[in-house]
Design a protein around this ligand. Structure first.
Ligand SMILES: NC(=O)C1=CN([C@@H]2O[C@H](COP(=O)(O)OP(=O)(O)OC[C@H]3O[C@@H](n4cnc5c(N)ncnc54)[C@H](OP(=O)(O)O)[C@@H]3O)[C@@H](O)[C@H]2O)[C@@H](O)CC1
Ligand SMILES: [K+]
Length: 238
């Protein structure tokens, strides 16, 4: 299957269209995005493991919000998610998502290094399509620790630290970061041409009209699935 990529600028504009023309709220989009992340996590988790520890690392923007939603669904599926949220977004939406997790007794941890040792799976919801430039503290250290650990990673929308257009940084934190799985939301970002691993598409809210406006393909989701596994071809299309 080949799915066209969308630039960071178009992805931001598409989001705006969904909300300003399409009648969607950010809460709704984030709920569906986070639900699809949790489904990819469930799909990838070893079925024989009952007590699955999942560490969800959230950044300060909407990528982090997707992670908070995914953590809630993973808790409802019976896993043991914990959340590392070192730079919390001020938006009241994130605060509400936090309350929802606290009510499910999902811990917000502070000792990242210790938690990394205990986890079976890490969800990278640090940065998505609005990431730019070198990593600012504390995220350089966080990405380095993830990179050095052997824990399998599911990245949300893009591997955090990668330039959305140009892919992994040439040096420093993230230069060798290659998550085991990636879930692109709405459409793949151009950096997927540098990605090798399991690749899913999620965020099942794209309409034909918006897909045509941005020259995108409508993913052929099956049945009630919120995710679709896709592959990479030689031209960097998916
Ligand atoms: N339609 C869809 O597909 C939907 C997509 N959704 C999701 O939204 C995501 C995009 O969210 P977003 O626009 O809020 O930005 P995101 O990538 O989270 O990062 C922004 C934050 O990062 C920070 N920051 C940036 N660079 C940095 C650096 N070098 N070092 C350190 N910090 C840095 C920046 O800080 P600032 O520069 O503003 O100070 C800001 O706080 C998208 O990828 C998808 O996951 C759904 O939720 C909804 C529907
Ligand atoms: K990410």
């Amino acid at each position: 299957m080949a799915l066209k990529a969308i630039s960071a600028k178009d992805a931001a504009s598409l989001d705006k269209d969904l909300m300003e023309i399409g009648g969607w709220s950010l809460d709704q989009l984030m709920e569906l995005a986070g639900l699809s992340v949790s489904q990819a996590g469930k799909y990838l988790a070893a079925p024989e493991l009952q007590d699955y520890n999942v560490l969800v690392v959230c950044g300060p923007g909407n990528n982090g919000g997707d992670g908070l939603v995914a953590a809630r669904h993973l808790a409802q599926y019976g896993y043991n998610p914990s959340v590392y949220y070192p730079k919390q977004g001020k938006n009241e939406l994130y605060q509400r998502l936090k309350v929802q997790l606290e009510n499910l007794c999902v811990p917000f941890i502070t000792d990242f290094e210790a938690e990394l040792q205990k986890t079976d799976f890490l969800v990278d919801a640090i940065f998505g399509f609005s990431f730019g430039g070198p990593l600012r503290a504390p995220f350089g250290e966080i990405v380095s620790q993830i990179e050095k650990s052997s824990v399998p990673v599911l990245s949300v929308d893009a591997p955090s630290s990668w330039d959305i257009q140009a892919g992994p940084p040439k040096e420093g934190p993230g230069a060798t970061f290659m998550p085991k799985a990636l879930i692109s939301l709405t459409a793949p970002k151009p950096c997927v041409q540098y990605y090798r691993g399991r690749h899913f598409i999620g965020g099942r809210f794209l309409t034909r009209t918006i897909a045509e406006k941005y020259g995108l393909d409508l993913p052929q989701y099956q049945g009630i699935d919120q995710i679709l596994e896709v592959g990479v071809d030689a031209e960097g299309r998916l």
